[in-house]
Write a protein that binds this ligand. Structure first.
Ligand SMILES: Nc1nc2c(c(=O)[nH]1)N[C@H]1C(S)=C(S)[C@@H](COP(=O)(O)O)O[C@H]1N2
Ligand SMILES: [Mo]
Length: 265
């Protein structure tokens, strides 16, 4: 099971093929595809949900992403997306010039006790290091060593309420501005991914403090998901029961712009 590598495209292909043959077996005409309310059409439109359910069923909750050896780190972590929020976010600029002394990671929302941690407090908690491969949808990968506090531990300290289903990450950086309203980068995971053993709030990269270009002072790692599911510059982790009340409602900045929410590798 640990060696199971799921190829997403293949999985989707298989499920599309099997639903197609099911339909052929049952009906001779395809009129139902033009009917908005037809359950089969709704099913076909829900490829995201299908991927999510199938991956959850096949991969299991706690299967680890592959970890690599130090010798497999061949280059620094490439910087992508926002790489310097100092340029347009005054609050972030001040944090960097104050060496992140004023930084606090807040845990809010559906928790018994809201929490706030300084970087020093986070660094003094039990941490985990993992050498993993980051895959960006744009088609590049980097192997890097990430160090941070298990997210599950932070959530346990705050005590997640029974109605909680997701964690929402809020970041300092924004996209747009100019003519359109600025859209803050945000991202969300379900609680299964949040409590996964490799889910960490990372403050270290390749043995150094996380640099600004890779999300200083803190970014999240979800090693079973694509690059855009790894939010940088995180200031708040909000525990929620639904994700459609944020941004444009799809669960993350890139999801709002067309990417799949689950984003599994
Ligand atoms: N806050 C924030 N997080 C982000 C992004 C971003 O632009 N802003 N880009 C995402 C994308 S698409 C990728 S591939 C990775 C890039 O992380 P890196 O700069 O450490 O390589 O961060 C992700 N998280
Ligand atoms: Mo990416």
């Amino acid at each position: 099971m640990a060696n199971l590598i799921l190829n997403r495209r293949r999985l989707l292909g298989l499920s599309a093929a099997s639903s197609a043959s099911l339909l052929l077996a049952g009906c001779n005409q395809f009129d139902f595809l033009t009917d908005r309310n037809d359950p089969v059409r709704n099913f076909l439109e829900r490829a995201n949900d299908l991927t999510y359910a199938a991956q959850r069923a096949l991969v299991g909750d706690q299967v680890l992403a592959r970890e690599y050896a130090e010798t497999e780190i061949r280059q620094g972590q490439r910087a992508n997306g926002s790489t310097d929020p100092r340029q347009n976010i005054a609050e972030y600029r001040d944090l960097v010039s104050g060496n992140f002394d004023a930084y606090r990671l807040r845990i809010t929302g559906l928790v018994e006790t809201e929490k706030s941690y300084s970087l020093t407090e986070l660094r003094n908690m039990p941490s985990r290091s993992q050498i993993t491969r980051h895959d960006c949808v744009e088609g590049w990968s980097c192997i890097a060593k990430w160090t941070g506090v298990p997210l599950g531990r932070l959530l346990d300290e705050a005590k997640v309420k029974p109605t909680a289903k997701f964690v929402m990450f809020h970041c300092y950086d924004v996209y747009g501005g100019g003519l359109s309203a600025p859209e803050p980068y945000y991202e969300s995971w379900d609680l299964i991914d949040a409590f996964h053993p490799q889910a960490i709030a990372a403050f270290g990269l390749n043995g150094q403090s996380l640099p600004v270009e890779n999300g200083a002072p803190l970014r999240l790692r979800n090693e079973r998901a694509l690059g855009y599911k790894q939010p940088k510059y995180v200031h708040t982790i909000e525990v929620v029961d639904r994700i459609d009340g944020f941004g444009r409602g799809m669960g993350g900045y890139w999801e709002d712009h067309g990417y799949d929410w689950y984003g599994g590798i």
